[in-house]
Design a protein around this ligand. Structure first.
Ligand SMILES: Nc1ncnc2c1ncn2[C@@H]1O[C@H](COP(=O)(O)OP(=O)(O)O)[C@@H](O)[C@H]1O
Ligand SMILES: O=C(O)C1=C[C@@H](OP(=O)(O)O)[C@@H](O)[C@H](O)C1
Ligand SMILES: [Mg+2]
Length: 197
């Protein structure tokens, strides 16, 4: 495996879990949002949306994913919207893709806790941050769920919690989620090798 791409909605833990996986495997870690910020020369995604537009951000995101796709031994935390452009899949298909599937209420809770300022698609000047984030995440997930389902492997926090005997995904640590992602990746690669042989 040359590259592992972590996919999932905003707040699903792509950046947090991706860094842990990179450390465990001794791979380099890249966050595509960070690379877009560097290449555009604007220090935050929110500002890129504001100064330019979402379309401008998406064009740069595709360029970043294209450039990364020729590299080796890396973990890439993508932005939550990277799955919507087919061209991005043509780059990501060169590596392995894994979807961090987190219930929307847990996402809204995490995002409300840190604030929405850094996530322009969820940012609202007024109102209850949890309720607003939940409503917007629900609409976005409707549009994106079929794309996330194209990932090679899915890490479901609900399933991990059930396996561990909890019914609350909020008790799962990033490390526990990273371990599950590594196991899923391993079984995907094993099955692929068996099909080939
Ligand atoms: N397993 C977890 N449990 C609780 N909070 C988490 C977990 N994983 C990530 N977070 C928190 O949720 C927020 C979003 O995580 P982040 O890694 O930035 O997600 P993404 O890159 O998918 O948007 C951060 O504040 C992070 O600390
Ligand atoms: O879901 C999305 O469309 C986006 C997710 C963000 O990344 P994270 O998923 O890391 O928050 C960032 O790329 C941008 O705000 C748009
Ligand atoms: Mg991120």
């Amino acid at each position: 495996m040359h590259i592992l791409y972590i996919l999932g909605m905003m707040g699903s833990g792509k950046t947090t879990v991706g860094k842990i996986i990179a450390e465990v495997l001794g791979y380099s870690f890249f966050d595509s949002d960070k690379l877009v910020e560097q290449s555009v020369g604007i220090p935050s995604v929110a500002e890129i949306f504001q100064v330019h537009s979402e379309a401008f951000f998406r064009d740069n995101e595709s360029e970043v994913l294209r450039d990364l796709s020729s590299m080796h031994r890396l973990i890439v935390a993508t932005g939550g919207g990277a799955v919507i452009r087919p061209i991005n899949w043509s780059y990501m298909r060169k590596g392995l893709t894994i979807w961090l599937d987190v219930p929307l209420d847990a996402l809204a809770r995490r995002i409300a806790a840190v604030g929405t300022a850094s996530r322009p698609l969820l940012h609202q000047e007024s109102g209850d941050p949890y309720a607003k984030a939940y409503a917007k995440l629900t609409a976005l997930f409707e549009q994106r769920m079929d794309s996330y389902a194209n990932a090679d492997a899915r890490v479901s926090l609900e399933n991990i919690a059930l396996k561990q005997g909890h019914n609350d995904v909020n008790v799962l640590t990033p490390s526990a989620i990273a371990i599950e992602a590594l196991l899923k990746m391993e079984s995907f690669l094993t099955e692929k090798a068996m099909v080939r042989n």
